[in-house]
Design a protein around this ligand. Structure first.
Ligand SMILES: [Cu+2]
Length: 222
C-alpha cells in the first residue's frame, strides 16, 4: 500500500542525482588522468591547485545548490505527507520505554500497554480514514516509532514530544517496531497498529479499550 508518497517522490530524484554525480566524478577523474599523462609525456609541469580557483568555486557552488535543492524537496514532500489537521479525530500520546510502548488516548482514561518481553505487544487502535494526531515521546532513552510496511518512522526523544498527524487510509493491521537501538531488549519492542472503522473505534474507546471492546471492534488482540 503506497502509504507515504514521499519515498516514491524523493527517492528516484535522489537516485538520479547520485548517479549523475557518480558519472561526473568518474568522467572528471578520467579526464584528469588523461591530461596529467599527456603533460608528463610533453615534459610540462603538473597543474597546481591554486590554478583552479574557478573550478573549485564552481564545484562548491554546485554542491551547495544540490544540497539546498534536496533539503527543500525533502521538507516539502514531508510536509505534504503530514498535512496539519487542527481538529484530528483522535490524539494519542505514544511513549516508548525500555522495552515496550504505551498508548494513551487523550481525553479518555484509555491507556494501552503490552508485555513486549513476553511476546504480547500492545495494539495501537486507530480509526481508518480519519486523522490521528500522535504525540510521541520517550520515558528513558532514544527510541523510534517505526511501521515498516507503511514506510513510516519517527524518533522518540526523552524530554521532547514529536507531534505529527497521520491518516491510515483503510482498515488493516501492521506490525510496528522500535527502529533505534535502545538496549538489551530493543528487538522485543514491537507493537501493532490496527486501523478499524471509525464507529468500531469509538465503540472500543467507549468500552474503555478493554479486551472485550477489542473483540467487539474487530480488533485482534494478541
Ligand atoms: Cu529500541
Amino acid at each position: 500500500m503506497p502509504f507515504r508518497q514521499v519515498f516514491g517522490q524523493v527517492f528516484p530524484l535522489e537516485l538520479a542525482i547520485a548517479l549523475t554525480v557518480f558519472a561526473l566524478v568518474l568522467a572528471v577523474m578520467a579526464a584528469a588522468v588523461l591530461v596529467s599523462w599527456r603533460k608528463r609525456r610533453r615534459g610540462e609541469p603538473a597543474a597546481l591547485r591554486e590554478h583552479w580557483h574557478v573550478v573549485e568555486g564552481a564545484y562548491a557552488a554546485a554542491l551547495l545548490g544540490t544540497a539546498v535543492f534536496l533539503i527543500v524537496t525533502s521538507f516539502s514532500a514531508n510536509s505534504r505527507d503530514f498535512p496539519r489537521d487542527p481538529k484530528p479525530a483522535v490524539t494519542v500520546d505514544v511513549t516508548g520505554y525500555e522495552w515496550c510502548w504505551k498508548f494513551h488516548y487523550a481525553g479518555s482514561a484509555v491507556t494501552v500497554t503490552g508485555a513486549c518481553l513476553q511476546g504480547r505487544p500492545p495494539v495501537l487502535v486507530v480509526p481508518a480514514g480519519e486523522s490521528v494526531r500522535v504525540e510521541l515521546t520517550s520515558a528513558d532513552v532514544l527510541h523510534a516509532f517505526w511501521v515498516p510496511y507503511l514506510d513510516f518512522k519517527m524518533d522518540a526523544f526523552p524530554g521532547h514530544v514529536n507531534t505529527f498527524t497521520v491518516t491510515f487510509p483503510h482498515a488493516g493491521r501492521w506490525i510496528g517496531r522500535c527502529a533505534q537501538l535502545c538496549g538489551l531488549y530493543h528487538t522485543s519492542m514491537d507493537f501493532w497498529v490496527q486501523a478499524v472503522a471509525p464507529s468500531a473505534f469509538r465503540g472500543w474507546l467507549a468500552a474503555g479499550g478493554s479486551a472485550a471492546g477489542l473483540t467487539a471492534a474487530g480488533v485482534h488482540g494478541r
